[in-house]
Design a protein around this ligand. Sequence first.
Ligand SMILES: [Zn+2]
Ligand SMILES: [Zn+2]
Length: 279
Amino acid sequence: MVENAPFLTCQHAGLTVEGYSRAAVQSYWRIPELKIGFDLGAQPWDFMGTPTWLLTHTHLDHVAALPVYVARRRMMRMEPPVLYLPAESVEDVRRLLLIMQRLDRGRMICDLRGVTPGQEIELSRDHVITAFATTHTIPSLGYLVWERRFKLKEEFQGLAGEQIRDLRLSGTAVTREVRTPLLAYTGDTSPAGLDAYPPVFEAKILITEMSFIRPNHRREKIHKFGHMHLDDFIERADKFKNELIICAHFSTRYHAQEVRRYVEPKLPEGLRERVKLWL
Ligand SMILES: [Zn+2]
Ligand SMILES: [Zn+2]
């Protein structure tokens, strides 16, 4: 294995979260069990096998490795990847890939799919993704993965297996879909992005950004630039129903130790135990 880009790992609710994220440096995440990744600010060699990526926006710290990833997949004779990204950015990314194709002299084969807020992406029978609008300085999206189960409708419970089968064969919808919000990834956003899409507060795992922590940073300015501050989390302590809240994308002006020492005592009890500072 080639260790070209660092990442941390943690497990929760049957999922593995692997990733790295520092503001203006690089952000990339993947969930091996779901066979998806989020953002391509860089690409650990080992992440190349993940065939589907969802990009939140086209700031360089989130997309710089896009051509690298597409080229590696082809070089290693893997299937062309599927890349979801904000619809507004598709044509420019296509052009970027064509230019890289000329410079690198290797074909850039991938399936670019533009996404708009509210759009659903079918991942598998068990998982479906909803894209939601986030609030950043350029077109941006977050993604929420739902677990979906098909449950027998109440009125058919108690029927024998054959009766249910006959109903199904006669064209009756015997099941109803039940969705559970499993994992949300916001990418870069001001708190308005979270507030406008309440399921992010319900997802078992929330991966989000806490770019700024110190009180000397003016919050209106941080929000204007489409980011979040520690105080935004403290203010919303009661809204977060998530089992695990991964906070990442810290500004490079902070050292890891400084973030831990400063943030942990400030988080109210009840929230603190569920927050994982991704450092
Ligand atoms: Zn960023
Ligand atoms: Zn950004």
